[in-house]
Structure formats: structure tokens, C-alpha cells
Design a protein around this ligand. Structure first.
Ligand code: HEM
Length: 415
């Protein structure tokens, strides 16, 4: 442990990747679902990049490609179910400069080979044990400063922090340098607007994670990195470069998503006090509430693929090498699958599985962890903050964003 180097900040420590990240998310845009349902009624496939439909600039890493945006449940499911036509290789450009050779950038057979090893470390039975060891201590610690104050901004004080702190603990990162780790991790994802910074962050995190994995190979402990260095399927282990790339991906994959998913669920509940009351009284409703929050306002609006050959989607000819933008959010609100899809309703009859974790070979590997984190967070908030309600003296929360969606504030009061 003591031999680990200190993580290096950017050469220019004043660089703020959060601005670039927020800019790329289109945070000014609140209503995405109104325009989406209009476009979807016109055609299921539009020959344009998703974010350009909203007037945002194109992604620089895919500027030379033709783009197609795909709406609706059936086509999303079709694209995600045919990886031989719709390949993840597009992520070599979009995320490769930051993350490196990670499962997200791979297709079968390479993807299948590594994914089954990672998956073993994220099986529901393994994840369930993290509830007490990693999740609950973080949830309890973060609530302490506001639990007696009668009011809080649940985004600033809680949801924007807890999944990050959980993954830092799971990786065993030093708490003094957490701000630097977070900055570097966010910069990994801004390759679409700043490739040089993504590569700088990649090298710096890579050097640290290399030393960390070496230390855990030599002396395994009870942390996630140790588990990933030991996990094997049929005698096969993860190559070091794939493991390090996965670790680079984890802070964003686990933090950015769960933070937004939990925030959006809380908005749904707090703006529907009857449903919040019902949940407060009967916690067996929580799994359905979590799935409804993820369906209603999934934090990841969009998935990407590239075509391996000429093909056709929704009656439109698509050339080989095109970029496909699958609008997960339109699939999860498709009226052919859900009654009153715009409505937040935790009593909704069980229906089609939402598309918030995508579908098929690359379906979210961390979904069991995300559900566990949301469960622990919601139970703790409902147990410790009696009569939790929106603060009537503060602006109501607004979920915003074109690519990733969340409220920036969630002002609440409690007794
Ligand atoms: C509400 C929370 C979350 C949401 C909405 C979410 C969403 C997604 C989506 C949509 C994908 C599919 C990407 C694709 O099709 O290419 C994905 C993949 C992935 N997620 Fe999550 N995620 C969440 C939480 C987590 C957590 C907690 C982890 C931590 C382990 C995680 C790790 C991953 C990884 C490693 C992949 C890549 C899987 C592969 O390509 O085989 N996610 N996630």
C-alpha cells in the first residue's frame, strides 16, 4: 500500500473538465420528450446525430461518419440484439482515447471472453454483500451533516456524492486525493470535445491504477480491485491492460449514472406526494418505484453503435460505417409498450423491461449494484427524514439534459 505513487493532477491543475462535460450534455435543455415524440411520429429513423436534433454541436470524434438517430422500443431492441451488424467499435473513437481497451469498445468474441469474467465479480450474490460493507457506511456518513437540519439540497448534499464515494471505497482510493481522481475520471469522457485532455487523464489514471493492481496482485485484500485481479472463469483471468481500462471506466460508469438515476427517482416521488406516502408506508413498493424512476427518467438517454455492413432500419437504407444513435429514452416511453408512458406511476402494471440499462450483450454490468445503491439510499432517506417533502420556499426541481439527465438541485424539508 505504502509503495503506491500519489495520483498526478492535470499539468494545468486549474483545468475544469466538469464545464466541458456539462456542455456536452446539453444541460440547458429541459424538455427532450416533447420534441422526441414529435420526431418519432414523423419517422422512426432520422439521418442526423441525436444531439444535433437539439441544436448542439456534433461530436468531434465521429465527425467523418454519417449519423442516424433511432427512436422507439422495437428498433432499440433490434439494434442492441444484433451486435454482428451494430458494433460497439464506435466507442474506440468516442471513449477509447480516455478509457483504453475496455469491454464497451469490444465486440464478440473478445467482448464475450472478458465480459463473462467481469460479470462473475458483479453477480447479484456478490453485489448483495457490498450493501453492508461499502454502500450503507457511505449513505450514513453523507446524511449525518444534514439529518438534523430540517432541510437539505438532496442533489448537492447527497445524490451527487454517494455513488462516487462508494466506488472510491470499492477501489480503495486515498480520500485526500478524491477530487483529483474525480476530475481525471470526468475528463476521460470529454474526448468528444477535448481529446488531448482525455488522453492526459487516461495516462495519469493508468499509471496510478497500474501500481494499484500490481500491489493487489502481490497482496490481495477485500476490495474490488483485489477481487478483479483474482476472478477467473475456466482458469482464465483478466489481462492487466483490460483490467486497468475497466477501472478507468468505473468512476463514471458507476457514479455519473447512479447519481442521476437516484436524483430523478426522488424528483418523481417528491412531485407525486401520494406515491411517496404509499412508499413510505409500504417499502415492498420500492423495487417497483426504482424501476419506474429508471423508466420514466433514465439518466442515459442515448446508446451508440456503428454498422459493420450496409443495412436497413425502419425502412431507411443505412450504409456500412455509419454511427447509430439509439434513443433509450424514447424506447422506455414507447406508447406501444407502456400505457400513459409520460406518467410517473410506481403502481404501473409490470410490462416491458425499460431500456435504461440498454439490452443484449452489453447490457449494464453494474445494474445490480445500481439497484442496491438506490434501495439503500431511498430507505435511509425515508427512515431518517420524517415527512420528507419539497421545500415550498425554493424553486421546484427540474430534470434537464439532452444526453444525460438530472436535476441540479432538489430542495427538501423534513421534520
Ligand atoms: C442507474 C445507474 C446506471 C445506468 C442507467 C447505467 C447504464 C448503462 C448502459 C445504458 C450501458 C450499456 C452501454 C452500451 O450498450 O454500450 C451500461 C454498461 C455498463 N455499465 Fe452501467 N449503468 C448504471 C450503473 C452502473 C454501475 C453502478 C456500474 C458499476 C459497476 C456500471 C458499469 C457498467 C459497465 C462496466 C458497462 C459496460 C458493459 C459492457 O459493455 O459489456 N454501470 N450501463
Amino acid at each position: 500500500m505504502s509503495t503506491l505513487p500519489r495520483i498526478q493532477d492535470f499539468d494545468d491543475p486549474s483545468y475544469n473538465p466538469f464545464e466541458a462535460f456539462d456542455g456536452a450534455q446539453g444541460l440547458d435543455i429541459a424538455d427532450v420528450y416533447g420534441p422526441i415524440s414529435q420526431w418519432q411520429r414523423q419517422a422512426l429513423v432520422h439521418p442526423i446525430e441525436y444531439k444535433c436534433l437539439f441544436g448542439l454541436p456534433p461530436d468531434v470524434t465521429t465527425a467523418d461518419m454519417r449519423h442516424f438517430t433511432v427512436f422507439g422500443y422495437d428498433l432499440a431492441q433490434y439494434v442492441y440484439s444484433h451486435p454482428e451488424i451494430f458494433s460497439n467499435k464506435i466507442f474506440e473513437r468516442m471513449l477509447g482515447p480516455g478509457f483504453g481497451r475496455t469491454v464497451t469498445t469490444m465486440d464478440a468474441p473478445e467482448h464475450t471472453q472478458f465480459r463473462r469474467i467481469f460479470q462473475r465479480a458483479f453477480m447479484p450474490g456478490v453485489v448483495a454483500q457490498w450493501g453492508d460493507s461499502f454502500v450503507q457506511p457511505v449513505v450514513d456518513d453523507l446524511m449525518k451533516p444534514f439529518v438534523d437540519k430540517g432541510k437539505a439540497d438532496l442533489v448537492v448534499d447527497f445524490t451527487s456524492l454517494f455513488p462516487f464515494h462508494i466506488i472510491y471505497r470499492q477501489l480503495g482510493l486515498p480520500s485526500d486525493d478524491i477530487r483529483v481522481f474525480h476530475k481525471l475520471a470526468v475528463a476521460l469522457t470529454v474526448a468528444g470535445v477535448d481529446v488531448a485532455r482525455a488522453m492526459e487523464a487516461s495516462a495519469k489514471l493508468g499509471a496510478y491504477y497500474e501500481a494499484l493492481t500490481e500491489a493487489r496482485y502481490a497482496q490481495p485484500g477485500g476490495d474490488l480491485v483485489s477481487a478483479l485481479t483474482q476472478v477467473e472463469v475456466d482458469g482464465e483471468r483478466l489481462p492487466k491492460d483490460v483490467l486497468i481500462s475497466f477501472m478507468r471506466q468505473l468512476i463514471n460508469a458507476a457514479g455519473d449514472t447512479t447519481y442521476r438515476g437516484t436524483s430523478n427517482l426522488l424528483v418523481g416521488l417528491l412531485t407525486h406526494p401520494d406515491q411517496l406516502d404509499a412508499l413510505r408506508r409500504d417499502r415492498s413498493l420500492l423495487p417497483a418505484a426504482i424501476e419506474e424512476g429508471l423508466r420514466w427518467e433514465g439518466p442515459v438517454m442515448i446508446g451508440f453503435r456503428t454498422t459493420t455492413r450496409d443495412t436497413e432500419l425502419g425502412g431507411m437504407a443505412i450504409p456500412k460505417g455509419a454511427a447509430i444513435h439509439v434513443v433509450n429514452g424514447s424506447a422506455s416511453r414507447d406508447s406501444s409498450r407502456y400505457e400513459d408512458p409520460e406518467k410517473f406511476d410506481i403502481f404501473r402494471k409490470p410490462g416491458a423491461r425499460h431500456m435504461t440499462f440498454a439490452y443484449g450483450a452489453h447490457v449494464c454490468i453494474g445494474q445490480h449494484l445500481a439497484r442496491l445503491e438506490m434501495t439503500r439510499a431511498l430507505n435511509a432517506l425515508l427512515d431518517s427524514l420524517p415527512n420528507l417533502r419539497l421545500d415550498p420556499g425554493m424553486p421546484p426541481p427540474q430534470i434537464r439534459g439532452c444526453n444525460m439527465r438530472h436535476p441540479q438541485h432538489l430542495h427538501v424539508r423534513f421534520d
